[in-house]
Write a protein that binds this ligand. Structure first.
Ligand code: CP
Ligand code: NVA
Length: 307
C-alpha cells in the first residue's frame, strides 16, 4: 500500500489490517497510552470542498500520532489559481511526508498520487469516500461483532458514498443492496469493478430502484444527502425525485429488528432521513464520526510510518 485512493485497490486483508489497527489505536487512546508513530512527520491536507469531520479528525489524528497536520485550503494555495497538479505534487513531496486531499474530480487525486513520491490519501472525491467507509466498517464491527455475513442496505443517491460502500462490503464479505432512483444510479465502471470484487469475495450485490426490496432484513441501513457538494444547482429537482427514498420509520421497519442506522453526515433531517430514525435508539451516527479519527490514524500510521 503506497496510497489510499479506493478500497477497490486494497486486498481484503489490508482492509482488515487497517480496521484492527484502528481498534487498537482507539483502545490505546482511551487508556491514555501514547502512540507517537509519526513523530516529526508532516501531513499536508488539501481541501477544495468544505469539511467538518474529515478536517478535524485528520488534524487531531495526526497530532495524536506525534506528527503535524498542515491545512492547505485551495483558496490559499496556488493550485486554486491554476498551478498544475504535477508541479504541486513535485513541490509538496519535498516538504511533506504525506498528502490528504478532498476535491471534486477523482482523476485529480489519481494524478496527484501518480506524481507525488509520498503517500496520498483520498479524503473524498465526487466518485469515492474510502476513509468514511473504513470508519463505518469499524463501527459495524464494534456493534455487530462481525462483518462477514451482514446485510448492508444503502438507500438514496448513487454517489461517492454508495460507491465506496460497495467496495467496502465486497472486500469484507458483507451482502450489499443499493436502491437509487432510475436516473441516479451508481457509476457503471464502479459497479463493474465492485461486481468482480463481490464475485472474488463471495458476498452478494443487489442493485434496485425499490427501497423496500433493498432494505428487507438489512443489518445496516445507510443513507446520505441527496445533494452532494457541487450539485447545489440540482437541489430542487433532486428533493422531489428522492422523496420516495427517504429513510423514515415506515421504511426502516422493513430492516432487521436490531438494524443499525448509519449516515456519513452532514445529514438533512426531513429529507434523506427523518428525526425519529437518525435520532432514534438504533442510530450510530456519532460512533461513525468518532471512528473517522481512529480508522484514519490507522491509515496514516500504515502509509507514513518509517518502514
Ligand atoms: N462525513 C464527512 O466526510 O464529513 P465532512 O464533510 O464534515 O468531512
Ligand atoms: N455525498 C456527500 C458526502 C459528504 C461527506 C458529498 O459528497 O457531499
Amino acid at each position: 500500500m503506497k496510497d489510499l485512493i479506493s478500497l477497490h485497490d486494497l486486498t481484503s486483508n489490508e482492509i482488515k489490517g487497517l480496521l484492527s489497527l484502528g481498534l487498537k489505536l482507539k483502545k490505546e487512546l482511551k487508556e491514555g497510552v501514547p502512540h507517537p508513530i509519526l513523530k516529526g512527520k508532516t501531513l499536508g491536507m488539501i481541501f477544495t470542498k468544505s469539511s467538518t469531520r474529515t478536517r478535524v479528525s485528520f488534524e487531531v489524528g495526526m497530532t495524536q500520532l506525534g506528527g503535524y497536520p498542515l491545512f492547505l485550503s485551495s483558496n490559499d494555495i496556488q493550485l486554486g489559481r491554476g498551478e498544475t497538479i504535477h508541479d504541486t505534487a513535485k513541490v509538496l513531496e519535498r516538504y511533506l511526508d504525506g498528502i490528504m486531499i478532498r476535491t471534486y474530480a477523482h482523476s485529480d487525486v489519481l494524478e496527484l498520487a501518480e506524481e507525488a513520491n509520498i503517500p496520498v490519501i483520498n479524503a473524498l472525491t465526487d466518485l469515492l469516500h474510502p476513509c468514511q467507509v473504513l470508519a463505518d466498517l469499524m463501527t459495524a464491527y464494534e456493534h455487530k461483532g462481525r462483518l462477514e455475513g451482514l446485510k448492508f442496505a444503502y438507500i438514496g443517491d448513487g454517489n461517492n458514498m454508495a460507491h465506496s460502500i460497495m467496495y467496502g462490503c465486497a472486500k469484507t464479505g458483507i451482502d450489499c443492496a443499493i436502491a437509487t432512483p432510475a436516473g441516479y444510479r451508481c457509476d457503471e465502471e464502479v459497479v463493474e469493478n465492485a461486481k468482480a470484487d463481490f464475485k472474488a469475495g463471495g458476498s452478494s450485490l443487489l442493485i434496485t430502484e425499490d427501497p423496500v426490496e433493498a432494505i428487507k432484513g438489512a443489518d445496516i441501513v445507510y443513507t446520505d444527502t441527496w445533494v452532494s457538494m457541487g450539485m447545489e444547482d440540482e437541489k430542487e429537482e433532486r428533493l422531489k425525485i428522492f422523496m420516495p427514498y427517504q429513510v423514515n420509520k415506515e421504511l426502516f421497519a422493513n430492516a432487521a429488528e436490531d438494524a443499525l442506522f448509519m449516515h456519513c453526515l452532514p445529514a438533512y433531517r426531513g429529507f434523506e432521513v427523518t428525526e425519529d430514525v437518525i435520532d432514534g435508539p438504533q442510530s450510530v451516527i456519532f460512533d461513525e464520526a468518532e471512528n473517522r479519527l481512529h480508522a484514519q490514524k490507522a491509515v496514516m500510521a500504515t502509509l507514513m510510518a518509517d518502514k
